[in-house]
Write a protein that binds this ligand. Structure first.
Ligand SMILES: Cc1ncc(COP(=O)(O)O)c(C=O)c1O
Length: 382
């Protein structure tokens, strides 16, 4: 179980207000020239897996132009957004459900499939939203031990799910690539499991970080939806590569019957925010921006990986916009020292208590982070 985002205010020793000021004031420019060393008021935020480039110019323009329509309900715009999301997923609009961040999609999907006393099956080390929702719904939660190097042990997950499914429905919450590890699951094992249509079992595939993956063996489970499987839903977010964490947009992609069922658990799927819709429609079609964001992330990852190798700090091979590093001791002191250097990293992710998640900033930000990391080494802190 990881710390919930709402607990982070406490974790960073901040009021909600000060976190807001910090977040909005963070230097986010990609340009080397414009990089400013962080201060207490303008910390370098490497803790939320956001896109450090910020939204594209085009999306910013679309966002402000949406002011014209702020007094109007967004029915027509939501229709267009769904068409674009469907195109992105190579599906159809009735296979799409837009939500307020993927957080809402996770909640709605779990609640749509919880009837009959369902249990949630999750890997022991993963993003906490799935189990948080299950807990709020008083559902049993089965946490499956990780495999070597904190990998998701698909065989063990399958075994645990099959055992539960004999007596009650099962929801599998599967984040791929996983957070906080940044690694991908065994694709064939995962596909085979879903395709075997295990009885009483529904899969929620959270693919928040899919756009960052380089490993050619990775394949989105969206193909299974397109093949007509109705025992899964894919969840996506605009908070990561699309750089819209503050605008709150996510969506679910599933066969029509799955989407109809999940839709019953959101207030309105025709009522998204005009500004959010406008920005999202711009970002999703902006190949230059997405390519630039991915290239920047790849460069930042290499900068950090090179430093980790040089300093002999173990890390997991990341396919995402963050890297999980092994401090070989509880992470609290390191996080505190970083905070004193005006850099926010990590949060506790039990049971990996000696590990710390570093979100990737711009290349300039990562060079600065590496400089601080090397100073920490000289001081014997890492
Ligand atoms: C795996 C995963 N899913 C979902 C989310 C939540 O995304 P959103 O901002 O769309 O609610 C996050 C955020 O960090 C995440 O890591």
């Amino acid at each position: 179980m990881s710390l919930k985002r709402r607990q982070l205010f406490k974790f960073f020793g901040l009021s909600a207000g000060s976190l807001l000021v910090g977040s909005t004031a963070t230097p986010v420019s990609a340009s080397e020239k414009e990089f400013l060393p962080p201060t207490a008021e303008h910390p370098l935020i490497l803790s939320f897996n956001e896109n450090p480039l910020g939204m594209s110019e085009k999306a910013r323009e679309a966002l402000s132009a949406a002011g014209e329509r702020a007094s109007r309900y967004p029915f027509a715009q939501v229709g267009k957004l769904k068409e674009l999301l469907a195109k992105y997923m190579h599906g159809t609009p009735d296979e799409i459900l837009p939500t307020h961040g993927s957080a809402e999609a996770i909640r709605a999907a779990v609640e749509a499939y919880k009837n009959g006393g369902a249990a949630l099956i999750v890997p022991e080390l993963t993003y906490s939203d799935g189990s948080d929702v299950a807990k709020r719904n008083h559902m049993p939660i089965i946490r499956v031990k990780m495999g070597p190097n904190w990998s998701i042990d698909v065989a063990a997950m399958k075994k645990a799910a099959a055992k539960e499914a004999i007596r009650r429905p099962v929801i599998v919450y599967f984040v791929n690539p996983n957070n906080p590890t940044g690694t991908i699951a065994d694709n064939k094992a995962l596909f085979d499991w879903i395709k075997s249509k295990p009885k009483n079992t529904f899969f929620i595939l959270d693919e928040a970080y899919g756009e960052f993956v380089n490993d050619p063996s990775y394949q989105s489970c969206a193909q299974l939806v397109r093949d007509g499987y109705n025992n899964l839903v894919i969840l996506k977010t605009f908070s990561k590569i699309f750089a819209m964490a503050g605008l709150r947009l996510g969506f679910a992609f599933g066969t029509k019957d799955v989407i109809d069922r999940i839709r019953d658990h959101v207030a309105y799927d025709v009522m998204m925010n005009q500004a959010t819709i406008a920005a999202a429609m711009s970002e999703i079609e902006d190949e230059d921006f997405l390519t630039k964001s991915k290239a920047s992330n790849d460069e930042s990852r290499s900068i950090l990986v090179d430093a980790l190798k040089e300093l002999k700090i173990p890390y997991l091979p990341s396919e995402t916009n963050f890297i999980f590093i092994d401090l070989k001791k509880p992470q609290g002191e390191f996080v505190q020292h970083m905070k004193e250097a005006n850099i926010w990293v990590g949060r506790p992710f039990p049971p990996a208590t000696n590990w710390c998640r570093i979100s990737l900033g711009t290349p300039a930000q990562m060079r600065y982070f590496v400089k601080v990391l090397k100073e920490f080494r000289e001081k014997g802190w890492v």
